[in-house]
Every structure is written in structure tokens, then in C-alpha cells.
Design a protein. Structure first.
Length: 147
């Protein structure tokens, strides 16, 4: 529910702005786009509570393979993921910009930038998560490297 509210608010402000992306003029519109996703807003709280409940359910069902093999290792490597995510984020950003173009002149037109942002986020999360979990499993030093 919270995630839907965030996406709906962001896309409605993006489509009603009339400006292209990336912004070149007044940055006030960028502030207006981000208002649905400020940290103190109800949609963000609803999203956080929903994710917490999903993870708690997985923890209560401790025998769940998804929790044991995906959620738990990623949670344990979370600090390491935070530390190394910027190393791959710029690389994925450049890669998707080369593939899809930039802004409204891109391959997908109006949707180029939102699709790029989602693809960059998902790709970097998967790669960083796998890398952090792999580094954490190095004997004797892995737990010190990745938290």
C-alpha cells in the first residue's frame, strides 16, 4: 500500500510537470517530485511497516528456504552492501544510459529515466548482494570485511 502510494505520487508529479528529464532549469520541480518519498511521510512508513511484517513472518517460519538462503545472508551482509554499493552503481548507471539513452530523447521516450532508475537499482542490488555475501564467506576475514 505504501509503495503504491509512493510510486503513484511520484509518477503523477512527473507527468504533470511538463518539463523534460533530466532537469536543466529551476530545481523546484525536483523538490516537488520528491515530496511523496520524504522520510517522514505516511507512504514511506507504510512501506517500512509492510516490509518489516514480511521479514518477521519469514523469521517466524524459520524453516522457510527463502528466509534461510536469501533474506538472512543479505541481512547479515547489509553493512558490507552499503559500503560497496557505490562501486557498482556508477557502472550500471553508465551502462543503462548507453543502452537506453538519456531523458525524453532516450529509447523509451518519457519512460526512459524511470525504467533506467528501476533497472539500475535492481541490478546493483543483485550484484552487490551477491558480492557482499561471497566476500563475507571468506574464512577468518569475511566477517570483518562485510560486517
Amino acid at each position: 500500500m505504501g509503495f503504491v502510494a509512493i510510486v503513484r505520487g511520484l509518477l503523477s508529479r512527473f507527468s504533470n510537470s511538463g518539463d523534460g528529464f533530466p532537469l536543466t532549469g529551476d530545481l523546484a520541480i525536483a523538490v516537488a517530485w520528491e515530496t511523496p518519498i520524504t522520510y517522514c511521510s505516511l507512504p514511506v512508513v507504510l512501506t517500512a511497516v509492510g516490509l518489516m511484517l514480511v521479514f518477521m513472518q519469514g523469521r517466524q517460519n524459520g524453516e522457510s528456504p527463502f528466509y534461510r538462503h536469501i533474506i538472512l545472508p543479505l541481512s547479515q551482509a547489509g553493512y558490507g552492501m552499503y559500503l560497496i554499493h557505490m562501486l557498482v552503481l556508477a557502472q550500471f548507471s553508465a551502462l543503462y544510459r548507453n543502452w537506453l539513452g538519456l531523458g525524453a530523447e532516450g529509447l523509451l521516450g518519457y519512460w526512459t529515466t524511470p525504467v533506467e532508475i528501476l533497472a539500475i537499482a535492481l541490478s546493483s542490488f543483485v550484484v552487490v548482494g551477491a558480492l557482499a555475501v561471497a566476500l563475507q564467506r571468506i574464512p577468518k576475514v569475511g566477517k570483518y570485511l562485510m560486517g
